[in-house]
Design a protein around this ligand. Structure first.
Ligand code: MN
Length: 244
């Protein structure tokens, strides 16, 4: 491929063909508009289409690139006046929201909670997720009544969450599991707990494909769980190294 056509392709990919007369300027402006930390959007660990047909690419693109990005951008705006927010681990800030200045406390709860929840969410999904095994399966059998009861109870808790929220599995330091739902972007991290896995039941997580059928989304979502990542998080929780 010639250098010119290659360059043209790259511009087409970024939607900048119309600005071909001044591509450098357009790129510079795009770079200047990008948020620059200290909080950053973690890249999706797979392609946006990788979870189809269970979660469609468009939903993933908007969910990750717009919704999660907005939580990150809002945190960066808070951090301009409150740099300490970015100096502590996310789970520690959320575990001590009472220490956050009152004027920004609700904003930090919503946006840092959203950042933590979605960072976990992208991680524990993936194509070819397999099935739980080993210690995680043993813990599911012991604490959640086996895989079938676990999925039924988890989906029921997610279905019952009125309005927006999340359904989580929390994990204690001795490896004990529990299903816990939370409203909005609240997280068990706020109670000093650790999250093994969780599902987003905000409408933005499923509405394009499932509309009002949250139950169908909850059921299909199990096909996207990356059980080897869940197993890693279980080990980390027991070692006391699991963050968000
Ligand atoms: Mn979400």
């Amino acid at each position: 491929m010639s250098l010119l056509s290659r360059r043209h392709l790259m511009m087409a990919a970024t939607g900048l063909v119309a600005a071909a007369a001044a591509p450098r300027l357009a790129f510079a402006q795009a770079a200047a508009a990008a948020p620059s930390g200290p909080f950053t959007l973690p890249p999706l660990p797979y392609a946006a289409a990788a979870l189809e047909p269970h979660i469609d690419a468009k939903t993933m693109e908007i969910h990750h690139g717009k919704h999660h990005q907005a939580y990150v951008t809002n945190m960066n705006n808070f951090a301009k006046d409150h740099p300490k927010l970015a100096e502590m681990p996310v789970q520690d800030v959320l575990g001590k929201l009472g220490d956050v200045p009152e004027a920004i406390r609700t904003g930090v709860r919503n946006n840092l909670g959203g950042h933590a929840n979605h960072t976990m969410f992208w991680q524990i999904m993936g194509p070819n997720g397999g099935k739980p095994s080993g210690e995680v399966l043993a813990a599911i059998d012991r604490d959640l009544g086996g895989m079938e009861k676990f999925q039924t109870d988890f989906n029921a808790a997610g279905g019952k969450q009125f309005g927006s929220g999340w359904v989580f599995v929390t994990v204690s330091k001795d490896g004990k599991l529990a299903i816990e739902a939370r409203p909005n972007q609240d997280t068990p991290l706020m109670d000093g707990k650790r999250v093994l896995m969780g599902n987003d039941v905000w409408e933005h997580a499923y509405y394009l494909n499932y509309q009002n059928r949250r139950a169908d989304y909850l059921k299909a979502w199990w096909n996207t769980v990356n059980w080897s990542k869940v197993a890693e998080r279980y080990e980390a929780a027991k070692a006391g190294t699991l963050g968000v």
